[in-house]
Design a protein around this ligand. Structure first.
Ligand SMILES: *[C@@H]1O[C@H](CO)[C@@H](O)[C@H](O)[C@H]1NC(C)=O
Ligand SMILES: *[C@@H]1O[C@H](CO)[C@@H](O)[C@H](O)[C@H]1NC(C)=O
Ligand SMILES: *[C@@H]1O[C@H](CO)[C@@H](O)[C@H](O)[C@H]1NC(C)=O
Ligand SMILES: *[C@@H]1O[C@H](CO)[C@@H](O)[C@H](O)[C@H]1NC(C)=O
Ligand SMILES: *[C@@H]1O[C@H](CO)[C@@H](O)[C@H](O)[C@H]1NC(C)=O
Ligand SMILES: *[C@@H]1O[C@H](CO)[C@@H](O)[C@H](O)[C@H]1NC(C)=O
Ligand SMILES: *[C@@H]1O[C@H](CO)[C@@H](O)[C@H](O)[C@H]1NC(C)=O
Ligand SMILES: *[C@@H]1O[C@H](CO)[C@@H](O)[C@H](O)[C@H]1NC(C)=O
Length: 322
């Protein structure tokens, strides 16, 4: 019964996924070759990969050694470069790499940050790079500004105490805030850290749902989040995080109605097209793919990625390229 149901379900998905073309998702990928990391893009319409360069884990670090499920990545559209961070394959110290976002060529590497980089954010208006970093103490992390000339910490903007960090983060270049999710005494907290005027923690609010990713739309001042409904444990949804109520104030759309296809942690956001991209995984038959949800129209579609091909470390949408 389950199999018949799944077959029907997947047939429907395949039909739905055949639609118009949208901008490609850029990112870093891997395959069965343990030493390679690939830079390229995915055509979201047909799930085909376009690899433009191969990088080596001995240069840029090995994401598989990281404690966090998503490779920290920030895109700078002014210079068309990306910043990524992965643990050094030999000593586990973080390597911060600067990669040309057209050619995928490694431009610079820094070994200046001592403890793990949890997430990276780039302020496209102020042209500043920020990071959420670990310290020598467990559950004590910091939001810092990194000097892109030498990789050094320029200033500490906020210290987050007694919290287990998560890679989940977003950024607002208008209100100049680094948003992140941490875990405190077994519940999630939503934190906003100022990146202007010397920093400071703006708020630290407990939230009563389990976010999978967050994306801030600074044009509408809306924080979107992918989550799995904790009541039914089945539906993967996108909702609007309301800090006042500490939860989802409005449900925007659905990624999946069924537990055989669940949202996973990778995501990307196209602020121009208002598209939230979320990765998903299906258990039977095993497959992975990209869910695109148009936040304006709430139209959702799935793209299944070809089997025995590439797997994803991080995604981003190229926009505002100068
Ligand atoms: C991995 O790729 C590199 C070059 O891209 C190649 O030299 C090496 O032989 C490959 N390793 C395996 C196990 O295929
Ligand atoms: C993406 O795939 C679709 C369907 O195969 C194709 O029509 C479109 O031209 C592709 N886009 C790019 C940028 O290659
Ligand atoms: C990236 O590579 C392209 C193509 O070679 C080049 O035109 C561009 O200047 C490079 N970008 C940077 C930031 O070096
Ligand atoms: C760190 O935080 C997590 C989650 O709140 C907690 O389980 C763990 O015991 C904490 N560790 C320390 C050393 O405080
Ligand atoms: C953070 O910045 C806002 C203005 O954007 C300001 O009102 C607030 O006082 C700042 N918070 C801290 C803790 O510095
Ligand atoms: C979770 O699912 C329940 C039952 O389907 C529904 O009533 C509720 O609105 C959902 N909540 C969220 C935040 O998705
Ligand atoms: C957030 O929730 C509060 C309390 O229910 C409500 O007054 C406010 O309008 C909500 N904010 C948004 C942006 O929906
Ligand atoms: C989304 O909706 C807003 C308000 O209705 C509209 O101004 C905007 O053009 C729409 N954006 C897209 C990409 O459809």
């Amino acid at each position: 019964m389950m199999k018949i149901y799944s077959l029907i379900y997947f047939s429907i998905l395949i039909v739905i996924s055949k639609q118009d073309s949208i901008s490609p998702l850029h990112g870093l990928f891997y395959d069965l070759n343990q030493t390679n990391i690939y830079y390229g893009s995915i055509n979201v319409t047909d799930g085909q990969f376009n690899i433009v360069n191969t990088l080596n884990i001995n240069d840029v670090g090995n994401p598989k050694l990281s404690k966090y499920p998503v490779l920290p990545l920030a895109y700078d559209p002014n210079n068309d470069v990306i910043y990524i961070s992965a643990p050094n394959n030999e000593n586990r110290k973080p390597i911060l790499s600067v990669i040309n976002a057209t050619t995928g060529l490694l431009m610079r590497m820094f070994n200046t940050i001592e403890y793990d980089i949890v997430s990276l954010q780039y302020d496209i208006f102020q042209k500043q790079l920020f990071a959420h970093i670990e310290t020598n103490q467990e559950n004590l992390t910091q939001i810092v500004e990194i000097d892109t000339n030498n990789g050094n910490i320029k200033q500490i903007l906020g210290t987050i105490q007694k919290s287990k960090p998560t890679h989940i983060s977003s950024y607002c270049p208008i209100c100049r805030k680094y948003f992140l999710i941490a875990i405190q005494d077994n519940h999630y907290t939503y934190i906003g850290v100022n990146s202007s005027d010397g920093g400071g923690i703006s708020w630290q609010t407990p939230i009563h749902f389990a976010p999978i990713s967050i994306r801030f739309d600074y044009k509408t001042f809306t924080m979107y989040s992918v989550y799995i409904n904790q009541t039914d444990q089945i539906m993967s949804l996108v909702g609007i995080l309301n800090r006042t109520i500490g939860g989802i104030g409005q449900i925007v759309g659905t990624i999946s109605y069924d537990s055989i296809l669940i949202a996973t942690q990778l995501s990307a956001f196209d602020i121009e097209q208002k598209i939230y991209y979320a990765s998903f995984q299906a258990d039977w038959p095993y497959s992975t793919g990209i869910s695109t949800l148009n936040l304006n129209t709430t139209v959702q579609k799935w793209t299944f990625l070809p089997k025995s091909n590439y797997y994803s470390y991080a995604w981003f949408v190229k926009q505002f390229v100068h």
